[in-house]
Design a protein around this ligand. Sequence first.
Ligand code: C2E
Ligand code: MG
Ligand code: MG
Ligand code: MG
Length: 290
Amino acid sequence: YQAKRSRRGTVVYDPKTDEHTVGQLAMVTDLRRALDNEEFVLHYQPKVSLRDMQITSVEALVRWQHPTRGLLPPGEFLPVLERCGLMRPLTRWVLREAIQQAASWRRAGMPLQVAVNISPRSLVQDDLPARVLAALLAAELPAALLQLEITETAVMTNPERAAFVLTQLQSRGVEVAIDDFGAGYTSLAFLRILPITALKIDRSLIKDMLDHDEDEAVTSAVTDLAHRLGFSVIAEGVETEALLDRLAALGCDQVQGYVISAPLPPAALEGWLADWQSRSSPSVENAAAS
Ligand code: C2E
Ligand code: MG
Ligand code: MG
Ligand code: MG
């Protein structure tokens, strides 16, 4: 139990700290059970290509279907998982699940690329490349239908190690994107040698772009730089049509955000996609109807 030292040096009992600690302990027990029982689910958020408004890729985002507390977002449990060393089994589950889902969509004639978020610590785990390749093989999924999203912080924590791991994966055809770009610090010199295919510009960088010229200047410069380095550019957290239009004008390749769709459970995504396709290509529908 936690006690707090008062200013006079005596130890006082602090029920608030205590509650926090007990709460965390209960959550760790809960999380272990959740991993055993596979209480996690993946929702998928589409990325739309601004060139033709088609959707060829989605991002897997984990949620915890808690037996009493309902559906919990990752912000509520990933930090706890990370602190108590349970990230590794979760990463394994997410990879396997996302790869199986992508394979099943492919078999159904819907070859969507699925992006999986990899935590900083999972990135430097020795067996990550082998595990990913084994999961792809087991599901018979072409490597190009998997993308890994790595935050710039993760890469910069151990750049050499990150480059080594990512090179192994990329040489087998797995795509790599830098996530939350612009939210931290990435050495531009290092970006140049990383084996990546895409930069995801963080929402914090673009959200006020329409009101602040400086923000737009940064987004525009990052987009040009990324293109010159041969990466595609994805803007995340786009909530309005106006922002989407501006990003298109700047040459951004893909957009993700509530303006297109929130992350959806697999079945809901399938329905949403069918609807999206019929809306974006009415000619196909007309042809089918006649
Ligand atoms: P992220 O990878 O940068 O994902 C984007 C987050 O923004 C997601 O939150 C998504 O639901 C949310 N979002 C999407 N569109 C919009 C929008 O238009 N406006 C706003 N305000 N938000 C939007 P979510 O699902 O809560 O995930 C939060 C973070 O948790 C992710 O950030 C990612 O870093 C992490 N995460 C999620 N799933 C996994 C996972 O399976 N493994 C690991 N290691 N991390 C994960
Ligand atoms: Mg992501
Ligand atoms: Mg992101
Ligand atoms: Mg983000």
